[in-house]
Design a protein around this ligand. Structure first.
Ligand SMILES: [Zn+2]
Ligand SMILES: [Zn+2]
Length: 160
């Protein structure tokens, strides 16, 4: 896991970053997300690894409702996350916006969530508040085509 490519798909000069060099130190609390995009990526990776406590803690308490860390874990575990694409991101002093597409697999289909997320900087931490959701799109995955996760393998040998 630590030496796998990070689920968030972050690349540096075309080379995928390893989880242990990307989102893991943030998940472990050894590093703080320094931008809204970095926080958003780490939240996606937390969904990928079903780290409910992290998902809970990085969601602003005024916005996350009564959802418990365990419930975040359960919901993340029930979804096979596959791919993240950050469309664009921006930040001001204490707020930021990240537009992204997050895809998951259900049976033979790839479902893509398209969200514009809002973030605030409070007490030295970036936090997710809420987002505007575009309609979900779905497409059938061709088993013999490159896997949508970007591994370079055929889908049938990878995430399907
Ligand atoms: Zn990452
Ligand atoms: Zn794959």
């Amino acid at each position: 896991m630590p030496s796998d490519p990070c689920p968030c798909g972050k690349k540096v000069e075309g080379t995928p970053r390893k989880y242990e060099e990307c989102c893991q130190p943030i998940h472990l609390g050894n590093q703080v997300a320094s931008t809204p995009e970095q926080l958003m990526r780490s939240r996606y990776s937390a969904y990928f690894y079903a780290l409910g406590q992290y998902i809970h803690d990085t969601h602003h308490q005024d916005y996350r409702g009564n959802t418990s860390p365990e419930e975040f874990t359960q919901s993340a575990e029930s979804t096979q996350w596959c791919h993240l694409e950050v469309v664009q991101s921006s930040q001001q002093d204490s707020s930021g916006v990240v537009e992204f597409k997050a895809s998951f697999i259900d049976k033979d289909k790839l479902h893509t969530l398209h969200e514009v997320s809002n973030f605030v900087f409070e007490n030295d931490y970036w936090l997710y508040t809420d987002g505007q959701f575009q309609p979900k799109t779905s497409q059938k995955i061709n088993r013999n085509q490159p896997c949508p996760c970007g591994s370079g393998l055929k889908a049938k040998r990878c995430c399907l």
